[in-house]
Design a protein around this ligand. Structure first.
Ligand code: TA6
Length: 332
């Protein structure tokens, strides 16, 4: 489905009627229900799509055009519902860990293109990227009485890696600090959930959401799936691997400033209970979410927090289809 191209939203502010073309590899289009969407294309063929609604990545394709993220066929692209799939951003509250709606409000707010992105800590010269920004509305201040600037850079690397970097600054003028929890609620597309293994979380402590967040310890082997899973792994390594044997593909998640990781698959019953999720879709998705949950982040006015995740999809190295996780998790 071709998306209608739209002018560069930055260039057409009232003051500046002359439209400047978007940077190379960046396109502003209308997506589902006419929602504004940004398409990032790397010259070697990989692609990513981000909706301004929710600052929500909904597509990440490799240079073969294969979709790497899961989005439900029943996903609703209409406020106030969050889009079911891709990478919803949970802020300022993960799940029901607070008085706000589940997973906070960032995922169902309209973000803007950042007209004045602050200098970026790392060199992104060879990447295609877009900078988005979220600031509270009057309405938001009533539910969460804090002023902040949430800058999100979505970047596509030359090798097709997808990077999301969040920078959250406390801009309260009343001297008040604020505290939040956070997650990149990434839905990975997998061939068959019963054939998938997650490496890097062995022997770690986790909070089991299916046992009222009881603290447990994971066994020593890779995690496999045969029923509903909803666990918050605590203080994980900075790298986690998802092995999809059937597709001979491994997703590598590298994360920074996000000590925890949530693993979720609703399985059949929960799948049926979700209106915006197909009954059998649980077989083809797995959420592994880089997060900051166990130790909420507190920022004083003027302070800024940074949370980054880098996703790679690498072909399995072993001809048998099995990838040697030690190589991935120990490698660069
Ligand atoms: O991240 C896992 C989780 O918190 C699960 O408990 C489940 O509720 C899932 O998120 C989806 O939440 P949502 O609010 O998007 O339906």
């Amino acid at each position: 489905m071709s998306s209608e191209k739209v002018p560069n939203p930055i260039a057409t502010t009232a003051a500046n009627t002359k439209t400047t073309p978007p940077p190379h590899g960046v396109e502003f289009v209308k997506g589902v229900n006419g929602l504004d969407k940004v398409v990032l294309r790397d010259p070697r063929g990989s692609l990513a799509e981000v909706y301004l609604y929710g600052g929500h990545v909904t597509s990440w394709k490799n240079d073969q055009g294969e979709e790497l993220l899961f989005v439900s066929n029943k996903a609703i692209f209409k406020p106030p519902k969050a889009i079911r799939g891709g990478i919803p951003i949970c802020f300022p509250q993960f799940s029901n860990l607070g008085s706000l709606d589940a997973h906070g409000f960032a995922r169902n707010r309209f973000w803007s293109i950042d007209p004045d992105p602050s200098p970026f800590p790392t060199n992104t010269s060879n990447k295609v990227f877009v900078d988005l920004i979220l600031k509270p509305t009057e309405e938001d201040i009533k539910t969460w009485p804090h002023s902040y600037e949430f800058r999100l850079r979505v970047a596509l690397g030359p090798g097709g890696d997808l990077m999301l970097t969040s920078r959250i600054r406390n801009t309260n003028s009343d001297g008040k600090p604020f505290t939040f929890t956070f997650a990149y609620h990434t839905y990975f597309s997998v061939s068959d959930i019963s054939e998938v293994r997650v490496e890097g979380l062995e022997t770690l402590d986790y909070l089991d959401n299916m046992q009222n967040r009881k603290r447990c310890t994971e066994q020593g082997d890779a995690i496999t799936f045969e029923s509903e899973v909803d666990k918050i792994y605590l203080s994980t390594p900075t790298k986690i691997a998802i092995l999809d044997h059937e597709k001979k593909r491994t997703f590598v998640i590298r994360k920074d400033g996000l000590p925890d990781a949530v693993v979720w698959n609703p399985w059949d019953k929960k799948a049926k209970a979700m209106a915006d999720f197909g009954d059998d879709e649980y077989k083809h998705m797995l959420c592994v979410e880089a997060a900051a949950i166990e130790r909420p982040i507190t920022l004083k006015p003027g302070e800024e927090w940074r949370g980054r995740q880098e996703l790679s999809a690498v072909p399995s190295s072993y001809c048998s289809g099995q990838l040697d996780p030690r190589k991935v998790l120990q490698g660069s």
